[in-house]
Design a protein around this ligand. Structure first.
Ligand SMILES: [Cu+2]
Length: 212
């Protein structure tokens, strides 16, 4: 089971600040769930011990109600606080377009000469900078997900959803479609290549759009 915590599609090995916040939320939820499981274990153990001298009602109310509410409130507050921190902001971040279709992703962004450059199933982003992805779809609902860089967001026909992602270091990060979208869903994978900001890849510097 622990092997599943690592790998190119693991939320638990974040490679950027936004994914790191999400990993923190995962750990907060795990801690909350562990505390509640422990509480249930304690209550069950007490019921087997026939604790005649222990006021059951008080224990049930204290643990079962107030303790649960306290744990869930902390997890909820953590979720709201972290969720607020990963939202895209109006700070002039690089913006790219992601267009999902059956079954692949078309990415459009400004190239070196300002003209839009289109790439297929590979998104190039500068490392160390926030990048906003405007996600949409041309046919059915897909979902854009790069687990090591950000959360996931739906690609809905006729709508543009904005998702912020950021990579700390240059590298290759795997992405998948996270919404069942037909027979080719399983192969609807893509890659995000984070490049050093001073050395953009050839795909972005060629004068003509260069779909791969
Ligand atoms: Cu899909």
């Amino acid at each position: 089971m622990l092997v599943g915590c690592d790998g190119p599609l693991s939320t638990l090995s974040p490679a950027g600040p936004i994914a790191a916040e999400i990993a923190w939320l995962w750990w907060a939820m795990l801690a909350g769930a562990a505390l509640l499981t422990l509480m249930v274990g304690v209550l069950v153990a007490m019921s087997f011990g026939r604790p005649r001298d222990i006021p059951e009602r008080r224990w049930t109310v204290t643990l079962g109600v107030w303790f649960s509410i306290a744990v869930l409130s902390v997890v909820l507050a953590t979720g709201l606080w972290l969720g607020e921190r990963i939202l895209p902001r109006d700070d002039g971040a690089v913006t790219v377009h992601a267009h999902g279709f059956q079954w692949g992703w078309r990415f459009t962004q400004p190239g070196a000469d300002g003209q839009p450059v289109e790439t297929l199933d590979t998104l190039y982003i500068p490392a160390g900078q926030p990048v906003d992805v405007l996600v949409t779809s041309g046919d059915v609902i897909h979902a854009f997900w790069v687990p090591r860089l950000a959360g996931k967001i739906d690609a809905i026909p006729g709508r543009e959803n904005r998702l912020r992602l950021q990579a700390d270091m240059p590298g290759r990060f795997d992405g998948v479609c996270a919404e069942f979208c037909g027979l080719g869903h399983a192969v609807m994978r893509f890659a995000v290549i984070a490049y050093p900001p001073d050395a953009p890849p050839e795909a972005l510097t060629q004068l003509e759009g260069a779909p791969e």
